[in-house]
Design a binder for this molecule. Structure first.
Ligand code: COA
Length: 335
């Protein structure tokens, strides 16, 4: 999908959206698979062979907004801008510290981005990608010039730590990028979608109604997942969305230098690489040391790659997020 309207009176529409800085922040505490096997019936062998995860960072005192603000500061530093330059802050998260204020408003306050408008979006593991695509739409209209996009989660607070089939998979952390309007390159195409009918395969219920008329209990629920259904969804939807986006950008998958995909499971990445008939070398991995950090996984991986010097100007990068909702979103950009 491209925001190029028939109406050419909107003269700034040729502008693109470029990532000019990245940052990330993970909790200090690292929990290995062996650590988990001391508190539940699991093993390093089971987790590693089925998922590729070795360890994850879990929050002790860290908060979603606190990690986000630190990731944002690092991204602003990397971009060479100040908080005063930011017009728009969008945070993708399902684990904001408060229902209100939003995580994005808390980030705004923490970094002092007083000129920005700030709001959250809930698209689960696709949250960062949805936020990026929303910012792209705003930037292309000329409404805003510089946006801070954050993906952040403290998933450990919504896990059922008695359910070994889910809690071993996830971690906590935050990633951020600064994007700016540009007159060449940047985001070339995107695709996004939702399938609410299949939403129950990955869910986490909110608090139930507690008003005096309600007959329901106050129980809060934890993440519930049908792992095999989610796996099937991922290995069919992600390759299709990536191919569609790459073609929309006027490229082929062979032109793409890196596929920066949501880090849910190494087997999903391998299956996508196989469907695209590409080497797994083009699919960088952070899930081995982060686990699945939902909306944070794509920006954290992007930041790691950026800091390792892997991303060079002109490179073509495909990114894709997928998860609860169900939701998915992909983008192709020129770095
Ligand atoms: N440690 C040890 N054993 C475990 C375990 C754990 N942490 N979790 C589950 N098991 C056991 C199960 O109880 C089951 O035992 P049983 O055969 O005696 O009943 C066995 O392992 C197999 O469980 P199953 O659920 O069939 O495993 P699987 O091969 O489907 O792998 C996932 C499970 C979750 C790794 C896999 O389905 C998956 O990756 N799905 C995608 C999930 C995902 O990526 N979600 C996020 C998307 S955003």
């Amino acid at each position: 999908m491209n925001f190029v309207p028939d109406d050419k009176r909107i003269t700034e529409i040729d502008m693109g959206t470029k990532i000019i800085g990245t940052g990330s922040c993970l909790p200090e505490t690292v929990v290995t698979n062996d650590d988990l096997s001391e508190i539940m019936d699991t093993s390093d062998e089971w987790i590693r062979t089925r998922t590729g995860i070795r360890e994850r960072h879990l929050a002790k005192d860290e908060t979603t907004a606190g990690m986000s603000a630190e990731a944002a500061r690092r991204a602003m530093d990397n971009a060479g801008i100040t908080a005063q330059d930011i017009d728009l802050i969008i945070a993708g998260t399902v684990t904001a510290d408060h229902v209100v204020p939003s995580c994005a408003c808390e980030i705004q306050a923490a970094i002092g981005a007083e000129h920005a408008v700030a709001f959250d979006i809930n698209a689960a593991c696709s949250g960062f990608m949805f936020a990026l695509n929303i910012a792209h739409a705003y930037l292309q209209t000329g409404v805003y010039k510089t946006a801070l996009i954050v993906g952040a989660e403290t998933l450990s607070r919504i896990m059922d730590w008695n359910d070994r089939s889910t809690c071993v998979l996830f971690g906590d952390g935050a990633g951020a990028v600064v994007v700016q309007r540009t007159d060449h390159g940047g985001l070339l195409a995107f695709d996004q979608g939702s399938d609410g009918v299949r939403g129950s395969v990955l869910s986490c219920a909110n608090r139930t109604n507690n008003n005096p008329l309600a007959e329901t209990s106050r129980q809060l629920e934890y993440v519930h997942m049908d792992g095999q259904e989610v796996y099937r969804f991922a290995v069919t939807t992600v390759p299709a969305s990536v191919i569609k986006t790459v073609e929309e950008a006027g490229l082929t998958v062979a032109d793409i230098d890196y596929f920066v995909l949501h880090q849910a499971n190494a087997r999903i990445l391998q299956a996508v690489a196989k469907r695209l008939k590409l080497s797994e070398d083009k699919f960088p991995i952070s899930l081995d040391h982060c686990g699945n950090i939902s909306a944070a996984s794509v920006p954290v991986l992007l930041d790691e790659m950026n800091r390792q010097g892997l991303l060079k100007p002109g490179m073509k990068i495909a990114m894709s997020g997928f998860g609860g909702g169900l939701t998915w979103a992909s983008a192709v950009l020129e770095w």
